[in-house]
Design a protein around this ligand. Structure first.
Ligand SMILES: Cc1cc2nc3c(=O)[nH]c(=O)nc-3n(C[C@H](O)[C@H](O)[C@H](O)COP(=O)(O)OP(=O)(O)OC[C@H]3O[C@@H](n4cnc5c(N)ncnc54)[C@H](O)[C@@H]3O)c2cc1C
Length: 315
C-alpha cells in the first residue's frame, strides 16, 4: 500500500474540515470492507483516510414521517437485526441479511455500501424500489438525493469528494403494499448475486387492481437499474398472473449485463425476466399474508344479542 495519513475526527464538523484540508485526496473510511481491498489493489490511493468510527449520532434507526430513517453509519447487521425494520419493512431486513457474511455485515455500513456503488450489491435495488433518498452533508450544507439518481456508473455516484452520507430515508409505504427482494445465487450463499430483483407492489382498495409498482434490478448493468417500462406494463392494470410475466419480459429490455464467471450476458438477461416475475409474485404474496394477519388480529365480532321474547300465550 502507498503510505497515508489516518485521521479520526470526533464529529461531522471535524470530518468536513479534514476533507476540505486534503481536497479530493482524502477518503472517508467507515467499515473499511470495500475501501481496504480497493487500496490493496491500488485502485484508489488516498493520501489521507478520514475514519468515521469516532463520529457519533449517525447510526440510529427510527421512524420518521411515517417511514424509516437509517443513519449512514448504521451497520448492515444493525439493519438486518432491527426489530423496527423487521416489523415495518421485513424485506429490507432480509435484503441486508443477504449481504456477504456475518463478519462483513458487522463492519459494513449503510452509507459506505451505497458510496461504494458496486452494481452487484444487494441493498441498492431494494432501496430504489422502496423509493429511498439519501441525505448527504458537506461544509457547504446538505442535500437530499433520490437513489434513483444516485448511481452514475461502475463504482461511481453523484457524490462530491467532500460529501458524507448521513442518512437514508425510506418513505411510508401505501396501504396494501407488499415488497420482495430475491437474489440468484448459484455458487455460494455469501456470494454477490448473478441477478437480483426487488419489487414493491401496491394494490388498490378492491385488491384487484395494481395501483402502483416499483421494480429494480442488480448485477445486470453498470449501475442498479430501475425497470420503469416494466412498471408501466402493470400500473393501473387488473391483477393477472400473465401481467407479471409480461413485466419480466419488458425488464429484459432495460438490462445490459456483462458476461463473467457468474453467467453469460444472455443467461443473465433471461434470468432478469424470471427474477422480476418471481419478485412480483413474492410481493403479491406479501400483501396477501399481511391482509390475512390483519384479519386474524381483528377481535371476533360479538354475537348479536338475542331479542327479548315477551312471555305470553301463543295465538
Ligand atoms: C468478502 C466480501 C463479500 C461481499 N459480498 C457482498 C454481497 O454479497 N452483497 C453486497 O451487497 N455487498 C457485498 N460486499 C460489499 C459490501 O457491501 C461493502 O464492502 C460494504 O457495504 C462497504 O461498506 P463499508 O462501511 O465497509 O465501506 P468502506 O469500505 O469504509 O467505504 C467504501 C466507500 O464508501 C466511502 N464511504 C464510506 N462511508 C461513507 C459515507 N458515510 N458517506 C460517503 N462515502 C462513504 C469510502 O470513502 C469508500 O469509497 C462484500 C464485501 C466483501 C469484502
Amino acid at each position: 500500500m502507498i503510505p497515508f495519513e489516518y485521521r479520526t475526527p470526533k464529529n461531522l464538523k471535524e470530518v468536513h474540515a479534514t476533507l476540505k484540508e486534503f481536497g479530493g485526496d482524502a477518503k472517508l473510511i467507515a467499515g473499511g470492507t470495500a475501501l481496504v481491498i480497493m487500496m490493496k489493489q491500488r485502485l484508489v490511493r488516498p493520501t489521507c483516510l478520514v475514519s468515521l468510527s469516532s463520529v457519533r449520532g449517525f447510526n440510529g434507526i427510527e421512524v420518521k414521517d411515517g417511514g424509516l430513517s437509517i443513519g449512514g453509519l448504521a451497520t448492515h447487521r444493525a439493519v438486518e437485526g432491527s426489530a423496527l425494520v423487521r416489523r415495518r419493512l421485513p424485506m429490507l431486513a432480509e435484503t441486508y441479511h443477504h449481504v456477504a457474511t456475518l463478519r462483513v455485515r458487522n463492519m459494513a455500513t449503510v452509507g459506505g455500501g451505497l458510496a461504494h456503488a458496486d452494481p452487484n450489491q444487494d441493498p441498492p435495488p431494494s432501496l430504489i424500489a422502496l423509493g429511498a433518498t439519501v441525505k448527504v452533508t458537506s461544509a457547504n450544507g446538505s442535500r437530499v438525493i433520490s437513489l434513483d439518481e444516485f448511481f452514475k456508473g461502475y463504482y461511481e455516484t453523484v457524490l462530491n469528494a467532500d460529501e458524507i452520507i448521513t442518512e437514508v430515508m425510506i418513505p411510508k409505504q401505501a396501504a396494501n403494499t407488499g415488497a420482495a427482494y430475491i437474489k440468484f445465487l448459484p455458487r455460494t450463499a455469501d456470494d454477490y448475486a448473478t441477478v437480483s430483483a426487488a419489487a414493491v407492489l401496491t394494490l388498490d382498495k378492491s385488491m384487484k387492481t395494481i395501483a402502483d409498482v416499483r421494480i429494480a434490478l442488480g448485477s445486470v448493468g453498470e449501475t442498479p437499474i430501475r425497470a420503469t417500462d416494466a412498471e408501466a406494463v402493470l400500473r393501473g392494470q387488473p391483477l393477472k398472473a400473465e401481467a407479471f410475466a409480461e413485466a419480466g419480459e419488458k425488464a429484459k429490455q432495460a438490462v445490459d449485463p456483462v458476461s463473467d464467471f457468474r453467467g453469460s450476458a444472455a443467461y443473465k438477461t433471461d434470468m432478469a425476466a424470471v427474477f422480476v416475475r418471481r419478485a412480483l409474485e413474492k410481493a403479491l404474496a406479501d400483501i396477501r399474508q399481511q391482509a390475512k394477519s390483519k384479519a386474524a388480529a381483528k377481535p371476533a365480532a360479538k354475537p348479536a344479542k338475542k331479542k327479548a321474547v315477551k312471555k305470553g300465550k301463543k295465538r
